[in-house]
Design a protein around this ligand. Sequence first.
Ligand code: NAD
Length: 361
Amino acid sequence: MATEQDFQASAQKYLVSASNARTFVEKVLIGSGVSGENAAIVADCLVQADLRGVDTHGINRIPSYMARAREGVLDATISPEIEFRTPVVAQVDGRNGFGFLATKLGMDAAIKMASEFGIGMVSVKHSNHFGMSAWVVQQAIDAGMMSLVFTNSSPALPVWGGKEKLMGVSPIACGAPAGKTKPFILDMAPSVAARGKIYKAKRRGEKIPTDWALDSEGRPTDDPRAALEGVMLPMGGPKGSALSIMMDVFSGVFSGSAFAGHVTNPYDPSKPADVGHFLIAMKPDLFMTLDDFKERMDYLYSRVVGCERMTGVDRIYFPGELEQLEADKRQSEGIPYTRGEIDALNSEATKVGAPPLEIAE
Ligand SMILES: NC(=O)c1ccc[n+]([C@@H]2O[C@H](COP(=O)([O-])OP(=O)(O)OC[C@H]3O[C@@H](n4cnc5c(N)ncnc54)[C@H](O)[C@@H]3O)[C@@H](O)[C@H]2O)c1
């Protein structure tokens, strides 16, 4: 039986610099046949998630992605293709490669179209899991654009009144640049918590809050294993389940990808995922000067974070702000991983002859 000492040892975290994490992932991917250019994109997206504290969607996903590549249900060597339909609309075919590549190509095109015409819309089909949506929103913010970023995902959530897993815990994300303050970045799953948080708790041997999921018998549970066999709970009841249907309409039905419960789970190496995404970039100065827009965003920020606080609250944050503060901290101090996570990553490296993850002294 595991002792308290074993538990503490397994919970101990080791710090890894963002650049070492990036290099490690790049080398594992290159060793698996991914081009250097594509490996750098995937590594950067995953490390951005770890930096922002969204470590449910960071480099720990590598073993599951590589298992799918080894089984031939995700083509790690392929690059996506793009076809322009109108001056402001394009479609990306992910060709069953990494979702990060198809999405980055799509958002690049959306930004280019928006720069010229004010708006750019891209539908992405035959893609895979793209991890944390906020990296796509950040890509648009870095180009000075507002954005909407939708995706569908594998069944995890019942629709309101249902009891079977049907809809995905598909994140809704959007963003807008600001002037002197923090940009607005909303990135949220329509469930009480992202399913990745349950996988992380399972990986780390931790319990979960009892309002996140039901077990296979429909009972609340704090055991991540039992939760993964059951269903996730939608946030806000029917509203959360309606938002997950919305993600399926825009990302699945509209694109020509799988939908209505037919996307494959990223941890299932038995068949292609066929995920769809929906991306929009918008120029923020369509209706006023850019300076006016930024000033208005800064004013909104100051009103939000400066409002009267409820009892017990020390500080109010803008959406995305907590993650950005965490990213600043982890950029300078390093990203924490458990020994079990590092061992699992190193075992992927061994399989392809890549060097192990370098831990900070
Ligand atoms: N690709 C996929 O299929 C998939 C599926 C599910 C989730 N995800 C990812 O999982 C991640 C986690 O999702 P989640 O719903 O658990 O996120 P979350 O609940 O941690 O955060 C949701 C949003 O609320 C904001 N927020 C949280 N606490 C706040 C506070 N105290 N004050 C102000 N704002 C606050 C965050 O900035 C964020 O924008 C996301 O990055 C999402 O993209 C991906």
